[in-house]
Design a protein around this ligand. Structure first.
Ligand SMILES: [Zn+2]
Length: 50
């Protein structure tokens, strides 16, 4: 099975179930949320809180 986003081979069982690799899974979820929530997009790296 391959990642539904980048096409890489999936190694983890969880990734198999999701259909995405770990990173792409997060991105896929973020994409879904983008349609729901607005204004919570970290734009710059200034909010790292030293
Ligand atoms: Zn991927």
């Amino acid at each position: 099975m391959e990642c539904g986003r980048c096409g890489r081979a999936l190694k983890d069982k969880k990734s198999f179930e999701r259909g995405y690799g770990p990173k792409c899974w997060k991105k896929a979820q973020a994409d879904e949320k983008e349609t729901e929530q607005e204004g919570e997009t970290p734009q710059h790296g200034e909010n790292e809180g030293v």
